[in-house]
Design a protein around this ligand. Structure first.
Ligand SMILES: Cc1cc2nc3c(=O)[nH]c(=O)nc-3n(C[C@H](O)[C@H](O)[C@H](O)COP(=O)(O)OP(=O)(O)OC[C@H]3O[C@@H](n4cnc5c(N)ncnc54)[C@H](O)[C@@H]3O)c2cc1C
Length: 398
């Protein structure tokens, strides 16, 4: 829930504040009673996605004209943060669904394809996955080896191997990044395709440290028919643009997890007694709490800027990297400190801190690792400095 003093109030419409209140009610009713069981079973029920569709959570960023909620990206982030407080796995699913699985066709698909796939994608009837990563293509998306071949009858056929795809094997439809050829310099041409997931060959649910209830999938594509999403050759550009928004969702997920862990730690500090006093009286723990709060507030502040830039229609890649990098690492530290404050109890599965600690760790890796964010930031800063000081490397011009 929004703190009454939160700066965010100034950037949200009344309808968005109402949406966030409804999301909090949704979490209490549909997630809180069941999250521990989903974690134990390592599965999210399909009915949850249907309920999320009815609550508008599957189409947060899509315009009303196609059946979406038309919310700002800030409101989307705050909804993800709220969900993450209760279930990191579902928060990750909702973040990826809205920013990537809906964001990609929304920004790049033909009107014809949009009409065909919306509203099933937005109302929870279809679960959609977004598949870029492969055994040889992680941080380096240039390693993609999946191919899409244009057949004489004008249809596309995909062949390849995808790995670590969120809900890949539970999805109904999927957006798949594939290579459609090479340019005159031999550079790979990337394109995105819409496929029916029933035609993939499922390999396994990959067992993960955190977000266990999410189905992290491995599968093959063998002669799978696909439909182009956007222009041929523009797939990598579109994927990277969608990841800009996706990273804000991951930052929000991290903040939600960090906040939830700190709430448990505060309650433990006030209820646990050692050496004849509440552990809240130990300065070592007080300082850990203070550091958590300062860092989470800094993460919230860093998240606001790219959200405002998105609303203004400005490019926010750099600011999104600041937010994602800082929020994910701050959340990991907050969860780690919260676990420490809770002692042995924190390490057990009698509480949720250890789950949040494992879930938050994903935020430092998924949708561009911390190192990739540092690369984006440093490269952008140095490029701007080259231009400012006229110090471009002459060798690079050759
Ligand atoms: C739970 C989960 C869900 C996921 N969901 C999806 C999904 O839905 N769709 C999808 O397409 N992908 C998904 N992924 C994949 C995810 O995006 C990648 O794992 C991530 O981008 C990192 O790639 P990698 O795992 O191949 O690591 P690698 O690229 O192999 O990196 C290994 C290490 O090297 C570092 N590194 C790499 N390059 C550099 C460099 N140039 N300089 C410095 N350090 C570098 C990395 O930061 C990392 O520390 C998911 C992953 C997980 C774990």
């Amino acid at each position: 829930m929004l703190h009454p003093n939160s700066l965010y109030h100034d950037f949200l419409q009344p309808a968005e504040i109402e949406f966030l209140k409804k999301t909090a009610v949704f979490c209490q009713k549909e997630i809180v009673p069941f999250a521990a069981d989903w974690e134990e079973k390592e599965e999210l029920p399909r009915a949850l996605f249907t309920a999320a569709g009815k609550a508008g959570l599957m189409g947060m960023l899509a315009p009303k004209a196609v059946g979406g909620q038309q919310l700002s990206i800030l409101c989307f982030c705050l909804a993800i943060e709220e969900i993450a407080r209760h279930c990191g796995a579902f928060a990750m699913n909702m973040a990826a669904h809205n920013a990537l699985c809906v964001g990609h066709p929304l920004g790049y698909a033909s009107d014809e394809l949009k009409q065909k796939i919306f509203p099933s994608v937005l109302n929870g009837d279809w679960m959609v996955a977004w598949a870029l990563t492969e055994p040889n293509a992680g941080s380096d998306t240039g390693g993609v080896e999946t191919t899409a071949t244009l057949l004489p009858d004008g249809t596309w056929e995909l062949n390849g191997h995808k790995l670590y795809i969120t809900m890949g094997n539970h999805s109904d439809r999927m957006i798949v990044m594939a290579i459609t050829g090479r340019d005159e310099k031999g550079k790979k041409e990337f394109s995105a395709f819409w496929i029916n997931s029933a035609h993939t060959e499922k390999v396994r649910k990959v067992k993960t440290a955190g977000v266990r209830a999410s189905n992290t999938s491995e599968f093959y594509l063998k002669q799978v028919k696909g439909e182009l999403v956007g222009q041929r050759g523009k797939g990598q550009h579109a994927a990277l643009a969608c990841l800009d928004s996706g990273r804000l969702g991951i930052a929000a997920m991290a903040i939600g997890l960090g906040r939830a862990a700190v709430e448990i730690a505060k309650q433990r500090m006030l209820s646990r007694r050692q050496f004849g006093k509440r552990i809240a009286e130990f300065q070592a723990l007080q300082f850990m709490l203070a550091d958590c709060e300062v860092e989470l507030r800094a993460a919230e502040a860093l998240l606001l800027q790219p959200c405002v830039m998105h609303a203004r229609g400005q490019k926010f890649t750099l600011e999104g990297s600041f937010a994602k990098l800082y929020a994910s690492e701050a959340a990991s530290r907050a969860c780690n400190r919260s676990l420490q404050i809770c002692g042995g109890w924190g390490y057990t599965r009698d509480t949720f801190v250890e789950r949040m600690w494992r879930d938050a760790r994903l935020c430092e890796i998924g949708e561009g690792s911390s190192e990739v964010q540092r690369l984006i930031i440093s490269r952008t800063l140095l490029k701007a400095a080259e231009e400012t000081y006229g110090l471009a490397d002459p060798a690079a011009r050759k």
